[in-house]
Design a protein around this ligand. Structure first.
Ligand SMILES: [Zn+2]
Ligand SMILES: [Zn+2]
Length: 60
């Protein structure tokens, strides 16, 4: 089984998290869209971690 690629917001389920698009993740890689992260004051509801801007994947 390959690791699951999280490309959906875990809060609203929006498939808005393009691989190089804007998103917020926490230390445990919970993923959220930007509007949800803003609504949650950048605090992960799953583990209480801080949500930060996901770094863009550097093209090889
Ligand atoms: Zn969302
Ligand atoms: Zn989390």
């Amino acid at each position: 089984m390959a690791l699951e690629m999280r490309d959906r917001c875990e809060r609203c389920g929006a498939a808005a998290l393009a691989p190089d698009g804007p998103a917020r993740i926490c230390s445990y890689e919970c993923s959220f869209c930007v509007p949800c992260a803003d609504a949650m004051s950048d605090v992960c509801p799953n583990c209480g971690g801080e949500l930060v801007a996901r770094p863009r994947r550097v093209a090889g």
